[in-house]
Design a protein around this ligand. Structure first.
Ligand code: DUC
Ligand code: ZN
Ligand code: ZN
Ligand code: ZN
Length: 483
């Protein structure tokens, strides 16, 4: 037969189009898109009447990342990518994190070992630059960009990761010169340290004070500073995990000045609030399940994030999947059952629920349209990180990565529970939410990896993706802008 797989009568939605057609797949790629494709295939699947979107690209997730506090991420590259696939994601971009005093290359080698033989969908790496020495910015990063590591993440907070402003500038200058993308975690580290000390001195140690230690002003100031540094160096950046109104306003302001500032948000800022960190009388640690940074805000802030999704302010929606178990001694309880908020690992699981929640609460409730959904969750992350058009769309020549959706009628929603999920985390912060949609079928590079509730893929069948440069290198003088 001419094709390995034909998906018939698909109601295809991409960032720009909507039409019904058959998709012919050979050797992991889309070879034909036609109405009434006159060919046979080893396997045919009828998708009549069902919505089909590009496989999700999760531009921000953490798998198997070493920690410094004795805790352990609940997901490695097998359980993490399995969970992604069952939730309709076919490409992930986790991090290879440099340690201070070590080279970036060591981190790259280490993470390849962690992913190989395990990942079940395709993956690329962002480089966390934690030690921006001259050797790193002048030699290592340019060489790594050549090899397909074309995005960096840098932190303005966390003692073992943070860079000072001068170091941030050096990384941005390297990104500019070589055409890479820089993601910035924008929170003011000194403000957090001072507030944390004040809270602990006052005996305010419960999980909910995590959000008091990182108020919106802390994120607003750092967002503004990141924008100013990017403007100074004259290069695009992406502000990651934007949590609420005041950071949104900074980005809106920057865009109005014509600055190329991209922004990411995550489901936790749409569906969780600071109240979720509140005290459960039976379990003081309960709130730890929703501790992440920046912290979830309130309902009014959630609405600002929704507005930013529909208006075009946000470029991408990622999960920031960073799973720690609630039970056991190597997760959220690593510092004990009554640990103060500052000793609880930061992060929540979400790689599997990202697309279904945004489809249910966004598209099916009319807050964003289907094209914007595809753009935010697949096309834009692929573009931003140099994977488009191989990833992020349904087109002839692209990888055969797509999702066929099950949509449940109103009144027949499914209740989300952790038993349905395929990560190794022992909870989901979204337990009990009503789902209007879930992927019925996920195809990754032509392989059916998830169908009607059954996951099937060989560990290690995912491939490493070297990324192209997101844009042209610019070796002009950034000073030109200021003279
Ligand atoms: N915040 C981060 O910056 N990274 C991982 C998880 C989190 O909450
Ligand atoms: Zn971050
Ligand atoms: Zn994060
Ligand atoms: Zn993160």
């Amino acid at each position: 037969s001419t094709y390995d797989l034909i998906l018939r009568n698909a109601d295809i939605a991409t960032a720009g189009d909507r039409y019904t057609a058959d998709i012919g797949v050979r050797d992991g790629r889309i070879c034909a898109i036609a109405q009434g494709l006159d060919a046979s295939a080893a396997r045919e699947i009828d998708a009549r009447g069902r919505l089909v979107t590009p496989g999700g690209v999760d531009g921000h997730c953490h798998f198997d990342q070493p920690t410094s506090d004795g805790s352990r991420f609940a997901d490695d590259f097998l359980s993490g990518t399995r969970s992604a696939a069952c939730g309709g994601t076919t490409t992930v971009l986790p991090f290879a994190a440099q340690q201070k005093g070590r080279s970036v290359q060591e981190a790259v080698d280490d993470y390849h070992r962690r992913a190989e033989g395990k990942a079940v969908i395709d993956y690329a790496f962002h480089l966390i630059v934690a030690d921006a020495t001259r050797d790193v910015t002048q030699r290592e990063l340019p060489a790594l960009i050549e090899k397909g590591y074309t995005s960096f993440k840098i932190y303005m907070t966390y003692d073992d990761l943070k860079l000072d402003d001068r170091q941030i500038i050096e990384v941005l200058a390297t990104a500019r010169r070589h055409g890479a993308m820089t993601m910035i975690h924008a929170e003011n580290s000194d403000c957090i340290a001072w507030l944390t000390e004040q809270l602990l001195d006052a005996g305010l140690t419960a999980p909910r004070y995590h959000s008091s230690s990182r108020p919106m002003a802390v994120e607003r100031e750092a967002t503004h500073r990141a924008i100013a540094l990017a403007e100074l160096v004259d290069t695009p950046i992406l502000i990651v995990h934007v949590s609420g109104r005041e950071a949104v306003e900074q980005i809106h302001w920057a865009r109005g000045r014509g600055l190329p500032i991209h922004a990411e948000t995550c489901p936790q800022y749409l569906f969780l609030s600071a109240e979720d960190l509140g005290i459960d009388p039976d379990d003081p640690m309960h709130g730890a399940r929703c501790i992440c940074s920046p912290p979830p805000r309130d309902k009014a802030n959630q609405q600002f994030i929704w507005n930013g999704l529909s208006s075009g302010l946000f470029t991408i929606v990622s999960s920031d999947h960073a799973p720690f178990n609630m039970n056991g001694s190597d997760g959220k309880r690593v510092a004990g059952d009554d640990a103060s908020f500052d000793r609880i690992p930061n992060g929540i699981p979400g790689v599997e629920t990202r697309l279904p929640l945004l489809m249910s609460e966004g598209v099916l409730k009319g807050r964003i349209d289907i094209h914007r959904f595809v753009e935010l969750t697949a096309t834009n992350p692929a573009r931003l990180y140099g994977l488009y058009p191989r990833k992020g769309t349904i087109a002839v020549g692209s990888d055969a990565d797509f999702v066929v959706w099950d949509v449940f009628p109103q009144g027949q929603e499914k209740l989300l529970s952790n038993d349905m999920l395929h990560h190794d985390a022992d909870y989901t912060p979204y337990e009990g939410m009503r789902l209007r949609a879930w992927p019925g079928l996920t195809v990754s590079r032509g392989r059916v990896v998830w169908q009607d509730g059954v996951f099937q893929a060989e560990p290690g069948s995912g491939q490493f993706l070297p990324c192209l440069r997101p844009r042209a290198p610019n070796d002009g003088n950034p000073l030109d802008k200021w003279l």
